[in-house]
Every structure is written in C-alpha cells, then in structure tokens.
Design a protein around this ligand. Structure first.
Ligand code: SAH
Ligand code: TMP
Ligand code: ZN
Length: 408
C-alpha cells in the first residue's frame, strides 16, 4: 500500500506515486574531509486527490536548505541572464508604469532579475534568506532583505515600504511548503489592482520528458495550471494568465490577481483543458510516469556499467541540484562517474551530496579528455555544448537521459 498524507494546500488526501529513495540535500556539496553525518530524507512524491497538486510527502526544514552557504548562483548561465533581463523589461513596460512603482521579488538570489529594474531606477526589494547570494545582490546595488518571505515578513515590508504593485518570484514559490502564509503575506503587501507573478517548472513538461530530476528537496511542489488555479482561489486570488517559458526544461509563468480584479485570459482555460485531456490530474497518469522513471534509471545504470566494463572514462557535466536525485536514485558514485565539471566556484573542490563525486572546474574537464560526459545540466544543453564544442570534435560523446537515455 502506498502512503497517504494530507495536502499542504487544501488538506485533501495525497496519494504517493513515486519513491525516489533516500536522498541528501540536493545543494549540500561536501568538503572532502567533512566528518559530520550527512543529512538524508526519503524523497517520495504524491498527487492530491482533491486539488491535484503534486507535492513531496515529506518536507525538509527550510534552514537546512537555504542558508549563508547556499551554493546556487542564478547568474551562472548566460541564457538565464537574458531571460531575466527580458522579464524585467516586460514587467517595467506592462506593470510598473504608475508613479513611483514598487516591486518585491521573493527569492531574488544574486539579483539576476532585480538588477535590471534597479538600473531603471525602479523602487524594489528582494527577499532572500540565503545570505551568501543575497550579499552578492546587495553588492550589485540591489535592496535586499535577508529573510524568508512569509506573512510576518510581508506585513513588515508593507508597513515600511507601502504596497507593492508587483510581487514576483522565479523558481522559488515551488520551494515553499507553507504557501498559506505566503498568500496571506501577498494579500497584505500587494496593492489594489496589483499582480503576483511566479514561474516554476511545469509538471506537464516533467511528465512528457520524464525529467524526474526536477523532483528534489527544494522543489516541494510541481505545479500545473489547474493546481495553481485551485490554490489561488482558496486564498482569495485567481489565475488570470499563463505563459509557457523555454527555460529549465519547461516552465509556466502564472499571473495571479485578487478575485474579480482582472479578467482571466483565454490561455488559462485552454491550458487547464489540455491538462485534463492529458490526464495530469489523474493518479493513473502519475503511476505511468513513475514506471517510465524506473525504465530511465535501468537504462542509465546499464549503459554506465557497460562503459565502465569497456574501460571508458565517464564524467558528469553540471553539478546541478537536479543531479542529486539522479545520482542517488540510480546509485551513481565515483566508480561510474569520475568527476563532475561545474563553473560554480562554491561547488568546485567539493563532493556531490550523497554520491560523493568530486566537483571540478571546466578547465579540468578539458584537460582530462574523457570519453563520455553525462549531461546533468541538460536544461543548459545548448549553452554547454556550444562552449564545449571541442569535446565532441575530439571524439567525446554526451550522455543524455531526458527524455530517454541516449549518447550524442
Ligand atoms: N529566482 C532565482 C533563484 C531561484 S533559487 C532564479 O530563478 O534563478 C530559489 C531561491 O529561493 C534561493 O535563492 C532560496 O534561498 C530562495 N528561497 C527559499 N525559500 C524562500 C522564501 N521563503 N522566501 C524567499 N526566498 C526563498
Ligand atoms: P541549474 O540547472 O539548477 O540551473 O544548474 C546548472 C548548474 O550547471 C550550475 O551549477 C552551473 C552549472 N553550469 C556549468 O557548469 N556550465 C554552464 O555553462 C552552465 C550554463 C551551467
Ligand atoms: Zn490539495
């Protein structure tokens, strides 16, 4: 019998459909000589039978994930920098046009989006609990509050700065189990007629591409338009627009406004209808997805063991948070993957969480001339393959596992 729990949004019954096993914190890169006990939890995922929200069965305490040493720096990718500059330009043009507009970003990280609004002289505040990345944003001239966004934070911001015209978040709302408090905060801080915009990985794309590595401790929720609409309405808001984004393997940008303040665009009903046709709200679909996940695991492990038996040198590319799920679910360690290359200084010289594969810089990748590289950062494939064109030219092959295992 699969476990059930109650939905973090609506208290309905959540039925487990996939067990990804014992997992470490996905961003807890370890020093080679660390001797403390590594934290592990059971990564299991379920579907709410009531509101159809896909969510983890167990929550990891937020302070364990988001702290001064949180290593993910958003500005590491050129594609993402361009994406957020375009986002800032769009917000400035469409929503921040009144006198002295004010925008709050939840999870601003190193300021990848806000810097473009700050440069336009727009009043802004980033709320970011991970002090290390928040400091980078502050050094770029961005106003940052080192804090978790929740009701109390929002009340304090509203009292100090006044109402916000836009509350924005990217790849952050799905990280927050306590969304009831977040919505109370948004309601307290958002001015009349204001909009709450957030973008996160889309469950529809994850199912289609079997990108199960989007499931890890930080991604507590995997949203659909239907589940976001149900959640919004529960908290006095409505889903008024949706837009598909070609980043991080497929995301949706959701725009929410207080019920009755804006007319929902036709795109909302259209996307929800498509989701219903695809059965994204049904547990049979979720269980079929789980079966495909197991197939990908078996194919990847078979390939890597065969390559090892043939004496091939296999490494990884991109020490992503996502890759923790793959490495630990598939039992990959330094015996199968010699090292993982990553441009993030805070990850280099450390070991991947749970799987303990050394992380090195791209210079070491180039001098090592491996035979194969598992593309863990598959969402940055174009950017990475262009940077590393010498790898394939020298006979190297990429191993991809989304949507299925193949060498290219
Ligand atoms: N917006 C950036 C960062 C995404 S990573 C981007 O899209 O690239 C998620 C960020 O959310 C981290 O920097 C983390 O510290 C932050 N975060 C987690 N919980 C939060 C909360 N309750 N309030 C605000 N930020 C939070
Ligand atoms: P993400 O998939 O969560 O955005 O993480 C991408 C990781 O890949 C991050 O640790 C940085 C790394 N990376 C590289 O090593 N080289 C690159 O060219 C890019 C774009 C990312
Ligand atoms: Zn629910």
């Amino acid at each position: 019998m699969n476990a059930t729990t109650s939905c973090r949004v609506c208290r309905g019954p959540v039925e487990e459909f996939l067990d990804l096993g014992r997992q470490p914190l996905s961003d807890a890169f370890r020093l080679p000589d660390a001797d403390d006990d590594e934290f592990f939890y059971d990564l299991r995922v379920g579907l709410c039978g009531s509101c159809s929200m896909v969510q983890l069965m167990r929550e990891v305490p937020r302070e364990r994930m988001f702290h001064a040493d949180y290593p993910y720096h958003s500005s590491g990718s050129r594609l993402m920098r361009e994406h957020f500059e375009a986002t800032a330009e769009r917000l400035a043009r469409t929503e921040l046009t009144g006198p002295d507009p004010f925008v709050v970003e939840i999870g601003c990280n190193d300021g990848i989006m806000l810097h473009a609004l700050a440069e336009r002289g727009i009043r802004h505040l980033g709320v970011e609990p991970s002090a290390g990345v928040a400091r980078v944003a502050a050094e770029r001239g961005i106003d940052v509050r080192i804090d978790f966004f929740e009701e109390a934070t929002a009340l304090d911001i509203a009292a100090t700065h006044g109402p916000a015209d836009v509350i924005y978040a990217a790849n952050t709302i799905c990280h927050i189990p306590y969304l009831d408090s977040v919505f109370r905060g948004v309601d307290a801080l958002l001015g009349p007629g204001g909009v709450f915009v957030f973008e996160d990985p889309y469950w529809g794309d994850i199912v289609e591409q079997v990108s199960f590595d989007q499931i890890y401790d930080e991604h507590f929720y995997l949203f659909t338009a239907r589940s976001v609409q149900a959640m919004a309405r529960r908290f006095g808001f409505d889903l008024v627009d949706v837009a598909a984004l070609p980043v991080h393997g497929g995301e949706i940008r959701y725009s929410l406004a207080r019920i009755g303040e804006r007319t929902p665009s036709g795109a909302v009903a259209a996307l929800i209808a498509t989701e219903r046709e695809r059965g994204l709200d049904r547990s049979a679909t979720a269980r079929r997805f789980a079966a495909r996940v197991h197939r990908v695991r078996d194919d990847l492990v078979t390939l890597l063991r065969d390559l090892r038996a043939q004496g091939r040198r296999v490494v990884g590319y991109g020490a992503t948070a996502k890759s923790a799920t793959v490495a630990n679910f598939c039992g990959l360690g330094p015996d199968l993957i010699t090292f993982v290359s990553d441009t993030t200084p805070a990850k280099q010289g450390r070991l991947t969480p749970g799987s303990h594969i050394p992380v090195v810089g791209p210079g070491d990748f180039r001098t090592a001339r491996p035979d194969y590289a598992v593309l863990f950062a598959w969402n940055h494939a174009e950017e990475i393959m262009a940077q590393e064109d010498g790898f394939r030219a020298g006979g190297g092959r990429w191993i991809r596992y989304v949507p299925d295992v193949q060498t290219v």
